[in-house]
Design a protein around this ligand. Sequence first.
Ligand SMILES: Nc1ncnc2c1ncn2[C@@H]1O[C@H](COP(=O)(O)OP(=O)(O)O)[C@@H](O)[C@H]1O
Ligand SMILES: [Mg+2]
Length: 162
Amino acid sequence: MKKEYITSSIKETQKIAEEFAKEISKNLPSSKQGIVIGLKGELGGGKTTFTQAFAKTLGVKEKVLSPTFVIFKKFAISPTYAVSHKSDLCKHLCKQNLYHFDCYRIKDSKEILELGFEEIISNPQNIIVIEWADNIKKILPPNTIWINFKFIDTNTRKIMIR
Ligand SMILES: Nc1ncnc2c1ncn2[C@@H]1O[C@H](COP(=O)(O)OP(=O)(O)O)[C@@H](O)[C@H]1O
Ligand SMILES: [Mg+2]
């Protein structure tokens, strides 16, 4: 899944998120734990923009906002919505939840563990996207998918998936 992109607009970043969501969903049936996606990179890098398009492609109806002030938010993935958007992800995604974490303000991983983090990431029904994931690196599973957002200039970002 190792990939690198240069994007020159929000639209292009959204397109990358969409492709990534489709790729991830192919692997879902075999996962025995939650899928953890760690996003890192400076403010304005595009982490939230990416998460919004990712969520939409998976079939999250609700608008995903920046969760900076709530640490995390849980979203239901609606298979019906995925189907209506001509996505074939439904069969893999029934009963899945998307968790969106923002660890910008987190100083100690303990703060996240206290929110029931281990239970959330061990449930195979869950997909967990974490902004500022490097702040809680030591409690993330070894198979975390890392995505780095690098600010190049006003409209250009480099996105690295590994
Ligand atoms: N190529 C691009 N990809 C993503 N965002 C971009 C791009 N070019 C400009 N932007 C702007 O950068 C900002 C990204 O914000 P956001 O997604 O909230 O970043 P983060 O969550 O990493 O802080 C938005 O204001 C968006 O309009
Ligand atoms: Mg953000």
